[in-house]
Design a protein around this ligand. Structure first.
Ligand code: APR
Length: 247
C-alpha cells in the first residue's frame, strides 16, 4: 500500500478502470444476480440483446425496469466516494472509466465518468429517431414508443454483440496510452475491449495496480495486486498525504 501510494503521488496522469466489484459493497445486484426469480428461466442472451428486445420488447423492458428499481435502493459506497474526492482534489488528473451501468460513480460526485457499457438509468430510441420521435412525447408503455412511427424506447446500455460508443472508447484508449498509473478496481478483466485498456496502459509504460479480493485475468500485467475490497482499500489508498492537508 505504501509503495502504491508513492506511485500515486508521482503520477500526473491516472486512469481508474472499474467493474461490478466496486459496487459490490453498495449491494448492487450483479448482472448474474438479476437473473433470479422470474428471470432465472432466461439466459443473459435472451434478455440483453437487440434481437431479444425486438422479439419480446415487454419482457426485456420489464427486466430492465426491475433492475432500475433495485438501483434506486442502493447508494454509493466509500470506494466510489474516495475516487470522487480524489478527482475533485486534483482536477484533471484522473480519468475514470467504468464498465458498470449503475450511476453510483456519478451519484458519488465523480466529475467525469466514461461509462463504456452505457447507463441503466437512461433510455434511447431503438431505431434512428425521425422528426416525429423528436417532436412528440413517447406514448407510455412497456416499452414507451413513438405515437407516430412506433419506434421503441430502449435502455441506453450496450447489449451483447453491440459496439461500445466509439467516442468514449477512443477517449478511454487515449487516456490509457498516456497515463502513468492505472488502478484496475473490481473487474474480473475478462470482457474486452474494456479489459484491453489495462494491457494498453502497461504497454505504454504505465504501472498497473489491481484492487480485487480475488485473482483476475489481468494479474499477469500487474505491478501490484491489492487483495482487498475496494470500499475498504480505496479510502486508505487515496486519502490525502499529511502534506496535502496543510493549509
Ligand atoms: N471490491 C473489489 N472487487 C470486488 C469486490 C469488492 N468488494 N467484490 C467482488 N469483486 C470483484 C470480483 O472478484 C470480480 O473479479 O469484482 C469482479 C467482478 O467481476 P464481474 O462480475 O465479471 O464484473 P465485471 O468485470 O465488471 O464484468 C465486465 O461483463 O457482465 C458483463 O457487461 C457486463 O460490465 C460487465 C462486464
Amino acid at each position: 500500500m505504501t509503495r502504491v501510494r508513492q506511485w500515486l503521488a508521482e503520477a500526473r496522469r491516472l486512469v481508474v478502470l472499474t467493474g461490478a466489484g466496486v459496487s459490490a459493497e453498495s449491494g448492487v445486484p450483479t448482472f448474474r444476480d438479476a437473473m433470479t426469480g422470474l428471470w432465472a428461466q432466461f439466459s443473459p442472451e435472451e434478455l440483453a440483446t437487440e434481437v431479444a428486445f425486438r422479439t419480446h420488447p415487454q419482457r426485456v423492458w420489464d427486466w430492465y425496469q426491475q433492475r432500475r428499481t433495485a438501483l434506486r435502493s442502493v447508494h454509493p459506497n466509500a470506494g466510489h466516494r474516495a475516487l470522487a474526492d480524489y478527482a475533485l482534489r486534483y482536477p484533471g488528473r484522473m480519468t475514470l472509466v467504468t464498465q458498470n451501468v449503475d450511476d453510483l460513480h456519478q451519484r458519488a460526485g465523480q466529475p467525469h465518468t466514461l461509462a463504456l457499457h452505457g447507463d441503466l438509468a437512461s433510455d434511447r430510441w431503438l431505431d434512428e429517431p425521425r422528426s416525429c420521435c423528436l417532436t412528440q412525447p413517447p406514448l407510455a408503455g412497456r416499452p414507451p414508443r413513438c405515437p407516430v412511427c412506433a419506434n421503441l424506447r430502449r435502455p441506453a446500455v450496450v447489449w451483447f454483440g453491440e459496439a461500445l460508443p466509439t467516442d468514449l472508447l477512443a477517449r478511454a484508449e487515449r487516456a490509457a496510452t498516456e497515463c502513468h498509473l492505472m488502478l484496475v478496481v473490481g473487474t474480473s478483466g475478462v470482457v474486452y475491449p474494456a479489459a484491453g485498456l489495462a494491457r494498453r496502459a502497461s504497454a505504454g509504460g504505465a504501472r498497473v495496480v489491481i484492487v480485487n479480493p480475488e485473482e483476475t485475468a489481468l494479474d499477469d500485467i500487474a505491478d501490484a495486486c491489492l487483495r482487498a475490497a475496494s470500499a475498504h482499500c480505496l479510502p486508505r489508498l487515496l486519502e490525502p498525504a499529511p502534506a496535502d492537508t496543510m493549509d
